[in-house]
Design a protein around this ligand. Structure first.
Ligand code: DGY
Length: 319
C-alpha cells in the first residue's frame, strides 16, 4: 500500500477518505515539522499531504525518494512548494482553490469592518474598565458605507469581497493584469492602476499570490501615497507588505490602520513592534478557518492525493 506523510492533524473528513486507501502517518508535533523532521518523515513516501507552513523544496523531495508521486497542499496558495523542482522530478502538485473563497472574503470584510470601527480597541476599552459613559468623541472610526474599496488582485477572493462591498454601497476599484472585463461589469467595479488606486482608496485589500514580483509590493512609497484615513487589509500573504514600512506609516499615522491575517514573518513574534500599535489589528492566518471550509479543504486535498497515488490527473492540479 502507498505510503503517505501528512504534515499535521487535518480535519477528520479528509482522513476518512484516506482510510484504507493508503498507509498514512500524521505528524503529531506541537507545530509544523522542521525541515529536517519533514525530510525524515517523508522518507520512502509515495505521497505528501502538506500545509502552507511546510517548505517543500527539492531537498525534501529527494529525501522522500524517487517513488514520490504527489504533493497535495491543503491550501489554495502554494508558494511553500518548489513547483519547478516537483515538475522536474515528475511529482504532481495539487491545491484547494474555490472552496475557501467565500470564507476568506468573509474574513477580509470582517477585518475591514473591525479596523474601521475599532472593534478590538473597543473591546480592550471595556475590559480595561474605561467605559465610564457614552462619549461623543470616544473611539471614532471610519464608515464602510459609501467608501471606496481598492482590491488588489481581482481573482476569486477579490471578486467575492467586491460582492460583499456592493451590499454596503461601496465604490469598488481593482488592480489586475488579467482580463476581468466580465466580472468588472457584473460587479460594477472599475479597473485602475495601483498608482491610481493608492491616493483614492479608503480601504485597500490585497488578494494576489506571493511571488518574487509581488514581494513587498506595498512598501514605504505606496504607503506614503495612501490617504491618512486609509485602512490596509491583507488576507493573502504576509510578504506582500514590507513590515518595517507598515510599522512606520502606522506609527506616523500616514495611514489610519491595518488589519492583517497574514504577516511577515509568520507567526509574528510576541513583542513585535506591529503588535504594540493600537491601529494594527492582527489575527493568526484564519482566513479559511471555518469548520465547513476546513472540511472541504481536507477532502479536496485527500482527493488530489489519492489521484496522484493512482497516477491519474489530479482533480485540482496547481496551474
Ligand atoms: C490558503 O489556502 O492559501 C490560505 O492562506 C489558508 O487557507
Amino acid at each position: 500500500m502507498a505510503k503517505v506523510f501528512i504534515t499535521r492533524d487535518i480535519p477528520q473528513a479528509g482522513l476518512e477518505l484516506l482510510a484504507g486507501q493508503c498507509d498514512y502517518t500524521v505528524w503529531r508535533g506541537d507545530g509544523p515539522p522542521s525541515h529536517r523532521e519533514l525530510c525524515a518523515g517523508v522518507a520512502g513516501c509515495h505521497g505528501i499531504l502538506s500545509l502552507l507552513t511546510d517548505r517543500l523544496d527539492g531537498i525534501v523531495m529527494d529525501a522522500a525518494g524517487a517513488q514520490l508521486r504527489v504533493i497535495s497542499n491543503m491550501a489554495v496558495g502554494y508558494d511553500n512548494i518548489d513547483v519547478a523542482a516537483a515538475r522536474a522530478r515528475g511529482i504532481a502538485v495539487g491545491n484547494t482553490p474555490g472552496v475557501l473563497t467565500e470564507t476568506t472574503a468573509d474574513l477580509a470584510f470582517a477585518l475591514m469592518a473591525g479596523a474601521a470601527r475599532r472593534i478590538v480597541e473597543g473591546v480592550d476599552h471595556v475590559r480595561a474598565g474605561k467605559w465610564l459613559t457614552w462619549g461623543p468623541k470616544v473611539l471614532l472610526g471610519h464608515d464602510l458605507h459609501g467608501a471606496t474599496l481598492g482590491i488588489v488582485g481581482f481573482g476569486r477572493i477579490g471578486q467575492a469581497l467586491a460582492r460583499r462591498a456592493a451590499g454596503f454601497g461601496m465604490r469598488v476599484l481593482f488592480v489586475d493584469s488579467g482580463n476581468k472585463s466580465e466580472a468588472a461589469a457584473q460587479l460594477g467595479a472599475k479597473r485602475v492602476t495601483l498608482a491610481e488606486m493608492l491616493p483614492v482608496a479608503d480601504f485597500m485589500s490585497l488578494h494576489v499570490p506571493s511571488t518574487p514580483e509581488t514581494r513587498y509590493m506595498i512598501g514605504s512609497t505606496q504607503l506614503a501615497m495612501m490617504k491618512p484615513s486609509a485602512i490596509l487589509v491583507n488576507t493573502a500573504r504576509g510578504d506582500l507588505v514590507d513590515p518595517a514600512a507598515l510599522e512606520d506609516s502606522l506609527r506616523r499615522r500616514l495611514i489610519a490602520a491595518a488589519a492583517l491575517d497574514v504577516t511577515e514573518p509568520e507567526p509574528l513574534p510576541v513583542g513585535h513592534a506591529l503588535l504594540a500599535l493600537p491601529n494594527c489589528l492582527v489575527v493568526p492566518h484564519i482566513g479559511s478557518a471555518s469548520h465547513a471550509t476546513r472540511d472541504l479543504m481536507a477532502t479536496m486535498a485527500a482527493r488530489n492525493l489519492l489521484a496522484g497515488l493512482a497516477g491519474v490527473p489530479l482533480p485540482n492540479p496547481v496551474p
